[in-house]
Design a protein around this ligand. Sequence first.
Ligand code: SF4
Length: 200
Amino acid sequence: MNDSIFNVNQQNSSVDAKIVAGLERIGEVFRTLLWQQSRMTGLSPIQIQVLLFLAFHEPAKCRIGYLAEEFNLTKPTISDAVKVLVQKELLVRVVDPFDSRSHSLQLTTAGQEIVEQTGSFANGISQLIGKMDGRQKTVLYESLFTLIYGLHQHGLIAVQRMCKTCVHYQYDGQIHYCGLLKIPLEADLLRLDCPEHTHA
Ligand code: SF4
């Protein structure tokens, strides 16, 4: 296993491996912060993530199938999480007026209160990023954007609502452009989660 990025000798001789190791540590910070919220609310991390997703996305995306793809989980796993949230009266199921077999999920007032309580769990990371200078942030964001797009292309991230996968995205080799909003997209204006995204 000499080529494992977890082999410290290999890691220290390769910037690629060090970047992956760094991303793993950041992922651990996210998990730790989420678990803190979990202990405070009595909800599991995925239940909190579902509530946060529902709070900030349109009803068409607030369905079991979409959530399963979004979080790379099976539909039964998401269904179990949703069942508990409904039992705790944090969510309600709303029947689709055009298809009574289909329903979307909506936060109750108590669900919104949990979102208020937990929604800033990652703000400490954002504050640290805020201390970087503008150029550093742009380079970091461009790199993350490219990496996330690559992971999506390799099937490791299922759902994407980013510019590069959008029908309105144009690129002439120099300038990124949004055909819907009719604006050039400077690197830091490219979006990772766009409400107007339409899959290309
Ligand atoms: S609609 Fe949104 S995702 Fe699509 S290109 Fe424009 S800004 Fe990007």
